[in-house]
Design a binder for this molecule. Sequence first.
Ligand code: CA
Length: 246
Amino acid sequence: MTLQQTIAEYLKYTGQKGLDISAALIDCDGVLYDSMKLHTQAWVKLMKKNGIKCTRDEFYEMEGMTGSEIIKMKFKKGAGKNITDDEAHALYGVKTRYFRELGEAPVMPGAVRVLQTLKDADVERILVTGSQQDTLLERIENDFPNLFGEVKVTGHDVRKGKPNPEPYLKGMAKSNKKPSQCIVIENAPLGVQAAHAAGCFTIGVTTGPIPEKDLYKAGADLVYKNMDELAAALPSLLVALSLVKA
Ligand code: CA
């Protein structure tokens, strides 16, 4: 399918008359940082310590759910235990400690170039992450200086994890944008589902082990191999999107 056909298809299923892209809603883990290997490793350690069988791949599939949702589901299925909110909170603290012990995740190659390209095109960059870690939010300031604006959505803003569209709806509400004004950049199937359900033109990047077809199945409009490939394609993509102004 050509880029023009992809965009026409998106307009058709959303019922929109055109696009006027002025914001990009950008996921964090697996998009800005190559952090999913460390997250999945920390999750497996937490489960093993609690006698719950699991594979690392499961945690790639669950990426985007809140930590509490993941813990409650795994303890129920794996050990028949109903975990309270307080217990889930404490267990998530342990997982966060394991994650930190693994060292800092590297900045994703291509991420700076994607953000800079958006900035040069006057497209507002809005961070959308489920994280509540203030250290991560500070790190983003340091690693991507002047590349994000004031508006951001964090774990403090949302109650429901992905695939619920809440994080992306919040991002649009906070920046006063409509779906026809936004693109989303996501790496996980549940994140893509959330963005698609929010009505945004959704760009997937396969930065982990999950194959391209799974991101398309989740509702991605376009999928790139990685952030470098997206960075290279972005100028012509932004031109193509601007040609269908309502
Ligand atoms: Ca992600």
